[in-house]
Design a protein around this ligand. Structure first.
Ligand code: URA
Length: 437
């Protein structure tokens, strides 16, 4: 088999056989196939699409590029959540401690770094001084037993193919494909040794898949893939027409997560976290209904138990837990700049992807694989869709350390807000369809 032939056949829209896909994934994981050939194949797959059989073969090959963990000897149901990616999406940091604080459910969470214009849980967690997402498998298991949860990145053992392909897709314009997203998410989630999975499938201008139709197809594909592998999987379609919460940027999002765990924080972020945690508690057989799960999640925040669990998780993974009471220990940017409304009116819409790109341009994400991320930079949003604004009023504040690309980021933010004379019609519901529930 020659890699160039697999690239050419996919380029010409041929269907690849499972053994051909496995050859490609195994070769790339071992380092025998270089990035440039994988990039070419990914672009061909992106443009030509993969059918159901090819997507299943890709997921399977990526899953078996490493070990499939078995935590059946660890007491309790193992449940995880994964998002398809959004702007300001910090829910993992909040719901993992809530669910584990309930007792009886464990959360072995393998997360990703920022991808394209979206942020990544690992980058956010690493803004906590000392926090390590690079646990060995033995440490992962130990954390799961001791604390009930660990949030880690892919290791050399767990879905290593996705680790490499994710970083490559991030910088080669090959993210927004249903099949590639499904294989990426499901390969790492199926390797985690979970019993059940809640998927947060984002839809809207800040999501990879902008339309309900595309997001629904992705949700169905992932639910079906999980079920075939014997897992209980539910997918919630959730709104990403505007950022979630009030911040986007790694350290600022950690702070906002702590606010929610304290019982404060923005209403939209809190609501989505309660719903996702409720589904996790339900699939974890800790509660009898999703409604009961939502009340339980709210109570775990109100009692302070969720925040205490977050403190335990941070300590367990080597982080400085003092950040929880003293946010000044998190890095903050040296400068700020307000972007203001150019006219009176209402926020009619936001080009949410542009806001995510602005964070990357400020240094909060990567444009090349080897780029490092500045944890301190980001955006604070002052206005949401439907809000009234007056000319000159601040829409968003940029937090930055270098002005090298400040003007580019400012333009992106300024043009991301659509100001209309009339209030916009009804927004998409924060939580829409549930698939597989
Ligand atoms: N999240 C992932 O883990 N992979 C993708 O491809 C998109 C979002």
């Amino acid at each position: 088999m020659r890699v160039v032939d697999l690239i050419r056949r996919k380029r010409d829209a041929a269907e690849l056989l499972p053994e051909e896909i496995r050859y490609l994934i195994d070769g790339y994981t071992r380092g025998d196939i270089p990035d440039y050939q994988m990039s070419a194949w990914l672009m061909a797959a992106f443009l030509r699409g993969l059918n159901g059989a090819e997507t299943a073969a890709l997921t399977d090959a990526m899953l078996h590029s490493g070990q499939v963990l078995d935590f059946s000897d660890v007491a309790g149901r193992k449940v995880d959540k994964h998002s398809t990616g959004g702007v300001g999406d910090k829910t993992s940091l909040i719901i993992a401690p809530i669910v584990v604080a309930a007792g009886g459910v464990r959360v072995p969470m393998i997360s990703g770094r920022g991808l394209g214009h979206t942020g990544g849980t690992l980058d956010k967690l690493e803004s906590i001084p000392g926090f390590s997402v690079n646990l060995s498998l033995a440490e992962f298991r130990h954390a799961l037993e001791a604390v009930g949860c660990a949030l880690i990145g892919q290791t050399a053992e767990i879905a290593p193919a996705d680790k490499k392909m994710y970083a490559l897709r991030d910088v080669t314009g090959t993210v927004e494909s249903r099949s590639l997203i499904c294989a990426s998410i499901m390969s790492k989630k199926l390797a985690e040794g979970i019993d059940a999975l809640v998927l947060d499938v984002k839809v809207g201008s800040g999501a990879f898949l902008k339309t309900e139709a595309d997001a629904t197809l992705l949700a169905e594909l992932m639910v079906e893939t999980g079920r075939r592998m014997g897992k209980q999987v539910v997918a919630l379609l959730t709104d990403m027409d505007q950022p979630l919460g009030r911040t986007a940027g790694n350290a600022m999002e950690v702070q906002e997560s702590i606010d929610v765990l304290r019982g404060a924080g923005p209403a939209d972020l809190r609501e989505l976290c309660l719903v996702l945690a409720a589904w996790m508690l339900f699939l974890g057989q800790r509660v009898k209904s999703v409604e009961e799960g939502k009340s339980a999640a709210a109570e775990l925040i109100a009692s302070g138990r969720a925040l205490e669990k977050f403190r335990e998780i941070v300590r367990q993974q080597g982080g400085d837990a003092r950040v929880i009471d003293n946010p000044k220990l998190l890095k903050s940017a040296a400068h700020t700049l307000d972007v203001v409304a150019a006219a009176d009116g209402f926020i009619g819409a936001t080009q949410c992807e542009q806001l995510g790109v602005a964070v990357v341009v400020l240094g909060g994400g990567r444009e090349k694989k080897e780029d490092s991320v500045d944890p301190a930079v980001g955006l604070v949003f002052h206005k949401r869709i439907g809000d009234r604004v007056a000319r000159g009023e601040a829409l968003c504040t940029l937090h930055y350390n270098s002005d090298a690309r400040l003007e580019e980021a400012r333009r992106l933010v300024e043009t991301a807000y659509v100001i209309t004379p009339q209030a916009p019609g009804a927004e998409r519901a924060l939580v829409g369809r549930v698939i597989g529930g």
